[in-house]
Design a protein around this ligand. Structure first.
Ligand SMILES: *Cc1c(COP(=O)(O)O)cnc(C)c1O
Length: 437
């Protein structure tokens, strides 16, 4: 195993080790306007940037430049919009979850239905953008890592559509756990590269994929699966996801004559949350809530992935961000019932939004998540992804304490078809007909 090109955890760049006091002072100034973010170096306050070796930095700078030029082009925007409408099925509707709201007896809960997208989640939004960008750049291969396989499937889908070869690196341990996704990746014509070194999970898959990418950055392009990694990815993935927020804001305003009081999304890397939050950042009256996976409880080490709740500023996967670390300063082992949320880092813009207090980051445990999964399924006939169920759990916990005319808009990031077997095996009580709601 050669040295990792990307999995550095050092805090060599002092921008990421600013004392909280200094950071606070800077934040207050920047908070006057949320501004266009990030800055020219890819920083959101002290977070983000490109903490990577020079050869990789040069390749990322090329992607950044091409991204800026190509996404301004009308032919790119027209093609992306047409595919969003005719392929993904956008706009996704905003749905009033009346029975759930009535049952809770407080605030009205609404769902932005990203679960209705082709492939069943929000990930197709940025994968379509990334695959189309690759095509416009004339790239010959798209490379990515995948953990549980959701990003791998969405990217393989987008590459099949656009007609560009795709290579997905996946840890052997994950390959054995995530059979349906592995099969889909192969069926869609992507090359699946099993990664067997180290722990043989996501971290090693990232290393392996970046090594392949560095063999020929001219012909290859890397496609990251969330608002994470070195610049320009956190901004690029956010921009491709921002369609969720733009639609939701307009739909809600049109249907109800006002903006929602709370906008809630689950946070793994943070792409679905940045997608919906981005349209509401300037609306100071709208409370934005990111829900992290508390697993067995945020005070049980290695049994949660609540990075913003329990982590501290550091460097991971080429970016400065909040990181969960173990005693040795290595990224901590993490756990969530939702495999799409178990990541020891988080997007740099979320790290910034936490520090300036614009978004409240809270968490939901595995147990609350299963309860939310079941309630939404039974009361609305919508089986949500376990990831999205974290955001639903926040709404279920808080709605009863709010007046009936208060509104909560939940980003329902994906559907739960992938989770049903697991839920039924682990929590057989969910099949009981009389299961108390
Ligand atoms: C991958 C995934 C997530 C977590 O990713 P973010 O980048 O935090 O959005 C959330 N929900 C679903 C359905 C997913 O597949």
């Amino acid at each position: 195993m050669s040295p990792s090109p990307i999995n550095q955890t050092s805090t060599s760049d002092n921008r990421s080790t600013l004392s909280p006091a200094i950071a606070d002072e800077q934040m207050t100034k920047q908070d006057i306007t949320l501004g266009p973010m990030p800055d020219a170096e890819g920083y959101f306050g002290q977070y983000g940037g490109s903490h990577i070796p020079p050869d990789l930095k040069a390749a990322m700078d090329d992607i950044a430049k091409a991204y800026e030029e190509i996404t301004k082009r009308q032919d790119f925007q027209d093609e992306l919009q047409l595919l969003q409408q005719t392929y993904t099925g956008r706009p996704s509707p905003v749905f009033h979850a009346r029975r759930l709201s009535d049952k809770l007896g407080g605030a009205q809960i609404y769902l932005k239905r990203e679960d209705l997208n082709h492939t069943g989640a929000h990930k197709i939004n940025h994968c379509l953008g990334e695959a189309l960008l690759a095509k416009f750049m004339g790239k010959k291969k798209v490379i990515a890592e995948t953990g549980a396989g959701q990003h791998g499937v969405a990217l393989a889908t987008a590459c099949a559509l656009v007609g560009i070869p795709c290579e997905i690196h996946m840890g052997q341990v994950d390959i054995e756990k995530e059979h349906p996704n592995v099969t889909k990746i192969r069926l869609l014509g992507a090359k699946l590269v099993p990664v067997t070194f180290g722990q043989a999970t996501l971290k090693e898959a990232v290393d392996s994929a970046f090594q392949e990418y560095l063999k020929n950055p001219t012909d290859y392009i890397y496609a990251i699966g969330s608002v994470v990694g070195p610049a320009p990815f956190p901004a690029m993935v956010r921009d491709f996801q921002s369609v969720v927020g733009r639609e939701a804001r307009e739909q809600f305003q049109k249907a109800y004559g006002k903006l929602p009081d709370h906008v809630v999304a689950c946070v793994g890397g943070g792409s679905n949350a940045m997608g919906i939050f981005s349209a509401f950042l300037e609306d100071r009256e709208v409370d934005l809530v990111g829900v992290e996976p508390a697993g067995h409880g945020v005070d049980v080490p290695e049994k949660h992935a609540a990075t913003l709740t329990k982590g501290k500023p550091g460097v991971l996967h080429g970016m400065a961000c909040y990181v969960l670390e173990d005693d040795k300063g290595e990224p901590s082992a993490v756990h969530s019932i939702a495999s799409g949320l178990d990541y020891p880092g988080v997007g740099p813009q979320h790290s910034y939004l936490k520090d300036i207090g614009r978004v409240n980051y809270e968490s939901a445990t595995d147990k609350e998540t299963v309860d939310a999964f079941l309630k939404l399924t039974r009361l609305e006939g919508i089986i949500p992804a376990l990831e999205s169920s974290h955001a639903v759990a926040w709404a279920i916990r808080n709605a009863p304490n709010m007046p009936k005319d208060e509104t909560i808009l939940v980003n329902l990031s994906g559907r739960g078809d992938k989770d049903t077997d697991y839920i039924v095996n682990e929590f057989p009580h969910v099949l009981e007909f009389e299961q108390a709601l």
